[in-house]
Unconditional design. Structure first.
Length: 368
């Protein structure tokens, strides 16, 4: 049975602004069907890495907080810490960058909590009937929440093709150990002929696993966690996934982790396909958008939501002066494959369906 995905573009008319339109969209999609009264509500989103400007504005989060509070819920905005070098590797640094980017109790009307504690180790092993994951390591604050809402910036991603609801939930709610588990099949290999010894990979490795020796990158696999950061930052594409299906396995594990996050509790999912950058908001910078702003989506089904976002993005015309435009994708070629050829986002959708998280079949319900 097809799931309903509600959609609206970014046009506004009359006195209504975009945050008001977002509130109207989520109500149209049925968020009021959830009993929020006196229940803790985790609103999972990405606060953006330091130097990145593509993340969702806190105004959108405030709109969802307002809706939840009006329905009697007790919301908090949350994310878990990262594996890689950056401004969000522990809770204190993570909160600092969140505040710097405008995510604070005064602007949001609720508290900001880092889901996996001070050092990324406060986790709960959630048992699931997964094919690849049996006990997903999820941040405790998110497990303790009664209801989960994902608020996602839909954009490209060099490990999973795009970052959508499944990625926001699965990878985003995993503790440090959980993220390591998801990434373990993505350990990189070095193409020596392409490596120029620039050292960008070594500088971005959080685990001191890469060193440049005789002008070539060398990986200590005993230290490597497989986070894939080096693959994304390598300017010559000398770093590639070491396993043939490493990115596919990453997408499948992320889907199973997403299942664990919403297991046995109500959930609702929102994605904004705007400022569609080619890479994740985890990067310390953001390249030009690859596509025009598509719009806002909402659904009870995160699988259908991701499929709808991908489909509508693929209907757009790429910006010529963008990373995607430079690749000159031919008609009919999926833009996210063109952007990141090693990735396989469809595998994540397939795995999510297989485990029972949702359905890729959807009915698009357009709202003016």
């Amino acid at each position: 049975m097809a799931s309903k995905v509600y959609f609206t573009n970014m046009r506004v008319r009359g006195d209504e602004n975009l945050t008001e339109k977002l509130k109207r969209l989520v109500k149209k999609a049925g968020i009021e069907q959830i009993d929020f009264r006196d229940r803790f509500v985790a609103i999972k989103m990405h606060f953006g890495e330091k130097g990145n400007l593509a993340y969702l504005r806190p105004n959108y989060a405030k709109a969802i907080v307002d809706v939840v509070k009006k329905l009697g819920g007790k919301p908090f905005v949350t994310d878990c810490s990262t594996l890689y070098v950056g401004a969000r590797k522990n809770a204190l640094d993570h909160l600092e960058i969140a505040y710097e980017h405008g995510f604070n109790p005064f602007s949001l009307g609720c508290h900001v909590l880092i889901g996996d504690g001070l050092k990324g180790t406060d986790e709960v092993a959630v048992p699931i009937p997964g094919e690849y994951v049996k006990n997903a390591l999820i941040g405790r604050e998110i497990v303790d929440a009664d209801i989960v809402i994902s608020l996602t910036h839909f954009k490209g991603h060099d490990g999973t093709g795009f970052g959508g609801a499944l990625k926001n939930l699965g990878m985003g709610c995993g503790s440090s150990a959980g993220k390591a588990e998801m990434h373990e099949t993505e350990k990189p290999a070095v193409n020596g002929a392409a490596c120029v010894g620039c050292g960008v990979c070594a500088r971005n490795c959080a685990h001191d696993a890469i060193h440049v020796v005789e002008k070539k990158a060398n990986i200590d696999y005993a230290k490597c966690k497989g986070c894939g950061r080096c693959i994304g930052v390598c300017p010559t594409k000398a770093m590639r996934p070491g396993q043939e299906k490493g990115c596919e396995m990453l997408s499948r594990r992320v889907a199973e982790y997403a299942y664990a996050v919403v297991k046995d509790k109500p959930s609702f999912h929102i994605s904004l396909a705007i400022d569609i950058s080619p890479f994740c908001d985890c990067y310390g910078s953001n390249d030009a958008p690859i596509l025009p702003d598509v719009g806002m989506f909402a659904s009870f089904d995160p699988v259908a939501l991701d499929q709808a976002c991908a489909d509508l993005c693929n209907r757009e015309k790429p910006f010529a002066d963008s990373l995607l435009g430079e690749k000159h994708p031919v008609p009919g070629v999926d833009f996210f494959h063109a952007l990141h050829p090693d990735t396989n986002w469809e595998a994540g959708i397939e795995q999510a369906e297989k485990i029972g998280l949702g359905s890729k079949a959807y009915e698009l319900m357009e709202m003016a």
